[in-house]
Design a protein. Sequence first.
Length: 79
Amino acid sequence: MLSDQNGKQHTTDDLKKYLRLLDAEAEGADWKEIASLLLEFDVTADPDIARQIYMDELYAAHELAEDGYLRFMLKSGRG
């Protein structure tokens, strides 16, 4: 587990999801496709909530990419 700047705990599955989110963003994928496929959210049910969840997850991905991933790798003995 890895804690971010706000103390939220993240698992290795979270890290994999965040890396996939960052890759999809870098490739220019549509946020609806990302929310549907990676976050498994029905974007047609409530597009506003889906968009907010996508933005929150993407923010967390950027936050960990900038700070937490290195700490995670060092803590796990992989860095």
